[in-house]
Design a protein around this ligand. Structure first.
Ligand code: ADP
Length: 289
């Protein structure tokens, strides 16, 4: 067993933005020089460019405060862009909304609200809901199919607030699936899950990608990115590096991304145990998770 703090690096140059491997590969998402933030503050994400090729899973890696949620919200148009653009399936995102599903962090949902699991999943179909209308048979079918896909079919009538953390995550996943979108943006779906729940969720994601869907998943879990993602994007306000996980999740790039020394157990890049803050980072608050 090897436990090796990696010396800090002053600067790791950003690599070329992710580019499609094949000239004619369809892009589910193309983010070009995107800047976004909040009033009265410096831009939270700056000059971000990368792509999600259709049928691939891309892992978005970065510490708390790196701008991952801001990036998702700006891609979706929930936050106004300061500069740049996001293109989904060749169209501006606002014209491709039906093709995109977003799964927020589990904390952003009010689980005390008295609704059933099926109600939560049906919310994924709101874009098809007519004012004063009722859910159609198709809406119900899609919602039940989505619940089956996440192994929660028998929980449809259960109060959403009664579910465990892992089940809540799967309900949100079902809501995203029920939307019928081809591109899923998932914000920290593994956070706080135990190994079994994480594995179950990862299998669901793998299945969705096998069926041709595209996924952008923000996560701290480097082993998930290494094992399951086709590409990785390291973000800390700006893109530090992007490319195949084995090339991007290196100690040097992760140190630059997390502003920490990487502590590994076993072969570098295969098992990642955690981070050890260098003295210079310990005084920085809010930068590193
Ligand atoms: P991450 O998802 O990587 O943890 P965020 O996108 O949540 O990062 O945060 C990026 C930066 O934007 C942080 O400095 C955070 O404090 C700030 N921020 C996030 N949400 C808001 C908000 N609603 N209003 C003002 N600042 C925000």
């Amino acid at each position: 067993m090897q436990v090796a703090p990696v010396p800090p690096h002053d600067h790791v140059p950003a690599r070329e933005p992710l580019a499609p491997k094949h000239a004619h590969q369809e892009l589910a998402l193309e983010v070009r020089d995107l800047w976004a933030g909040y009033p009265g503050q410096p831009a939270a994400v700056r000059g971000v460019s990368f792509v999600v090729p259709a049928g691939e899973m891309v892992g978005l890696v970065g510490p708390n405060g790196a701008g991952k949620s801001t990036l998702f919200k700006s891609i979706l148009g929930l936050i106004e862009l300061l500069r740049g653009e996001a293109i989904a399936f060749g169209r501006p995102v606002r014209a491709a909304r039906d093709d995109i599903a977003y799964m927020p962090q589990v904390e952003e949902v009010d689980w005390a609200f008295p609704v059933s699991v099926l109600d939560v999943v049906l919310m994924g179909r709101y874009h098809r809901f007519r004012p004063f209308g009722r859910w159609s048979r198709t809406d119900h079918d899609r919602a039940h199919e989505a619940l089956e896909r996440v192994n929660l079919a028998e929980f449809a009538g259960r109060q959403a607030g009664q579910l465990s953390g892992g089940q809540r995550r799967r309900v949100l996943m079902a809501r995203a699936i029920a939307r019928g979108a081809r591109l899923l943006l998932l914000d920290e779906p593994f956070a706080g899950l135990d190994a079994a729940a994480q594995h179950e969720l990862l299998q669901i994601l793998d299945g969705l990608v096998r069926d041709g869907n595209s996924i952008l998943v923000a996560t701290h879990d480097l082993s998930c990115v290494m094992s399951s993602c086709d590409e990785a994007v390291c973000l800390n306000r700006e893109v530090i590096a992007a490319g195949p996980p084995a090339e991007v999740l290196t100690p040097e790039i992760l140190s630059e991304t997390f502003h920490m020394h990487l502590v590994t157990v076993g072969a570098l890049g295969v098992q990642v145990a955690g981070f050890y803050p260098p003295a210079s980072a310990r005084s920085e608050s809010g930068r590193a998770s």
